[in-house]
Design a binder for this molecule. Structure first.
Ligand SMILES: *Cc1c(COP(=O)(O)O)cnc(C)c1O
Length: 365
């Protein structure tokens, strides 16, 4: 028995996503790069590498991790590079994608020996949540002025466009790609490669994979480009749980159960985006509010139904805990950091990493 709390990555579930990614690559000719900002748990990279073409990054640390731990193709991108990191970034990358023309110009000499691209902002997006909308008003994410971009075409060979966000609607993806073609078609036909970014929920149930792959293929043929996808969430969705144990139960108008983890420290995005966690099957006559153990009043995973009364020592598994969780976990309240465990395809479970007091202490000074 592994002591809770721990994240449990289930390779058999991860495999379902990997096989869909491999199918889309095969049918469309697009390449798929894991977006490390979503998931950087490198103990499963050996497994994922078989199904993907490499990684993409948003910082020096990520591009280095991608290069050293994943290998294959390594794309470098960052909202802005500092002078002190650019050389090292380039040493780890196959391609560098600049966020702005001014960054491209600033590092023109240093990056002359590597494939270069520019991020485009099509000013349309699938996100209704302002915080996560790359095309929000006054966005700093990418260039949009075709006249200005044309002037630097001699320095770049491709583009990155990331404007989808958890988009499970193929028709919307298709329509937005049409907008992009209308806006940037001239530029695209002069490029050799185009990355369409992440945020496309194509590994979800019932996504029309064939239509998606065929759309990518038609796009690639029309402009004569190598298409890249940068799946983050889509790569690891529904592969992982956060395993917790009930430490105490209380009643304060509702039944409350406190578990040995924290939404603020271990699944922060739920709090930021005001979503509730998932517990399955969420059935039965006993309803509980599952609460985290930090002192934040709103450290609450959500309200769920259980077949029996919860008591101290019971296990609660929080579903879908891979994306934007382990990369964001923090030491708030000094809460015990969940270990990282892996369930192999044959069902055996092993702990890949545990965190100690020393890790907490060393994260500060
Ligand atoms: C966040 C991001 C991704 C991954 O997004 P998901 O929604 O996790 O698929 C890919 N590319 C870029 C440029 C990103 O900013």
């Amino acid at each position: 028995m592994i002591e809770t709390p721990y994240y449990l990555i289930d390779k058999a579930k991860l495999l379902r996503n990997m096989e869909k990614i491999a199918y889309v690559r095969e049918r469309s000719g697009a390449k798929a790069l894991l977006a490390l900002k979503c998931f950087a748990t490198w103990c499963v990279f050996d497994f994922m590498r078989e199904y993907m073409d490499g990684t993409t990054s948003s910082s020096l640390n990520e591009v280095r991790l991608g290069h050293e731990r994943f290998g294959k193709e390594t794309h470098a991108y960052s909202v802005a590079y500092a002078d002190y990191e650019i050389d090292e970034v380039i040493s780890h990358a196959d391609k560098i994608i600049f966020n702005s023309i001014s960054q491209l110009e600033r590092f023109a000499d240093k990056s002359a020996g590597i494939v270069r691209g520019l991020r485009l902002n099509p000013m349309v997006s699938s996100s209704s949540f302002d915080l996560a909308d790359p095309a929000r008003p006054f966005s700093r994410l990418g260039e949009w002025d075709v006249t200005k971009i044309e002037k630097v075409m001699d320095r770049i060979s491709g583009f990155m466009i990331h404007n989808n966000c958890e988009n499970a609607d193929f028709a919307l993806f298709d329509r937005m790609l049409g907008d992009i073609e209308e806006k940037f078609g001239e530029l695209l036909s002069r490029a050799q490669w185009v990355s369409l970014g992440g945020g496309i929920h194509f590994t979800g149930d019932d996504y029309p994979l064939d239509l998606f792959a065929d759309r990518l293929k038609a796009f690639a043929e029309k402009y004569g480009v190598q298409v890249y996808l940068e799946p983050g969430e889509a790569s690891i969705t529904r592969s992982t749980t956060l395993e917790t144990t009930v430490l105490d139960t209380l009643f304060n108008g509702k039944n409350l159960a406190i578990v040995d983890a924290s939404i603020e420290a271990h699944m922060l995005d739920l709090l930021i985006y005001r979503e509730t966690a998932k517990v399955t099957p969420n059935e039965g006559p006993h309803s509980y509010m599952i609460c985290g153990k930090s002192c934040l009043a709103g450290d609450i995973f959500g309200e769920f139904n259980f077949p029996a009364e919860l008591k101290t020592g019971d296990r609660v598994s929080i579903q879908d805990a891979a994306g934007y969780t382990m990369v964001k976990k923090n030491w708030f309240n000094g809460v015990k950091m969940p270990a990282i465990a892996v369930k192999e395809v044959d069902g055996t479970v092993h702990v890949a990493r545990e965190f100690s007091y020393q890790d907490y202490e060393q994260s500060l000074s």
